[in-house]
Ligand binder design. Sequence first.
Ligand code: ADP
Length: 401
Amino acid sequence: MKVLVLNSGSSSIKYQLFRTADWEAIAFGLVARIGEPKGELKLNWREQDGPLQSRQDALPIPTHEAGIDHIVAGLRTSGALAGFSELAAIGHRVVHGGEHFQRPTIVDDRVVEAIREVVPLAPLHNPGHLSGIEVARRLFPTVPSVAVFDTAFHQSMPPTAYRYAIPEHLYTQHRVRRYGFHGTSHLYVAKRAAAFLGKELAGCNLITLHLGNGASATAIRAGRSLDTSMGLTPLEGLVMGTRCGDIDPALHFFLSTNLGLDTAALDDLFNRRSGLLGICGVNDMREIERLAAAGDERAKLAIGITTHRLKKYIGAFYAELGKVDAIVFTGGIGENSAGIRRGACQGLERLGIRLDEAANAARGQSGERCISTTQSEVGVLVIPTNEELEIARQALAAVGR
Ligand code: ADP
């Protein structure tokens, strides 16, 4: 059997097709620029353990329906998918599930309505997900669609972690609270970390750091999310590529009073023009590290603020957890940047965190690895994330296969 994973955004759809026997991704690709004059179509597939093959086309893709039609046609002509009967489930990534969903859920009309209800909380994401879900249900009426939510893993947070210190009615009437995101990634690396440590997930306390263009930290107690750095939206917390993370909320009044910025301008400023980009003019960590190595002071400051904030969260989550088995780095930056990992862990020896400098800096390493010394009480691990695989597995489990 096979599971198709769709990550449907407002103007693009990423997809992966997994063979459930060995969880190999036998095809993956992207449909982009939906609705623009020139759309983009990418398909990669592998025939019977042969080499990876690729195909790329440029043609107009007016709607999500046309996009998914192209995906299916590509999968069929490449031989990756013989027919719909091979599909056990379609797993859909959904960023925001509000308080409705604590686990992956088979989509029916009620689920669609619940995802629609929280559109105001994720206006950039949930409408695109809904388009993908609705088209998939129409095109494959016999294949169950399963929604897998970025927020679900964090639904175990207690109110002390998820409530803001603002008037109660904002929570009771408007559901203003902290939700947390990247849950699928945090859960995936937590499971892998537990296996790496030779323990049950339920027996592990972890601090997981997902550091990509978006970034978040999660405190995991006994395998469940206890606290996380993102809040009502994915803007709170760590320094990100273009997002500011934690700021004084009074900055909003300051900027609107003194610079006349309205809500759209503030949204653009904090979500798209801040973070690493705001500090040093570049949002790609590879480029920032290159500039810093060449002596660029703004690039050095961007790295400094990033690691300072990371350290703050490690300290805060350590205090919440009391005891930590391992700190886990993942995401493009967490998996690849030895400098950021070193900066985040430096000076924490009294907390039992001892980085093995050589293992951390070793070049050409990929895959799951330990980068702490044998004396380190707290393990420091690098675990590549694989959200699509986690979605595929959860989708299959949800349909009881
Ligand atoms: P997304 O959140 O978009 O999925 P990724 O997880 O792919 O993003 O992470 C993207 C970030 O990872 C970028 O800032 C990129 O520069 C950084 N990155 C990727 N490879 C390296 C590397 N070798 N060294 C440092 N940073 C890297």
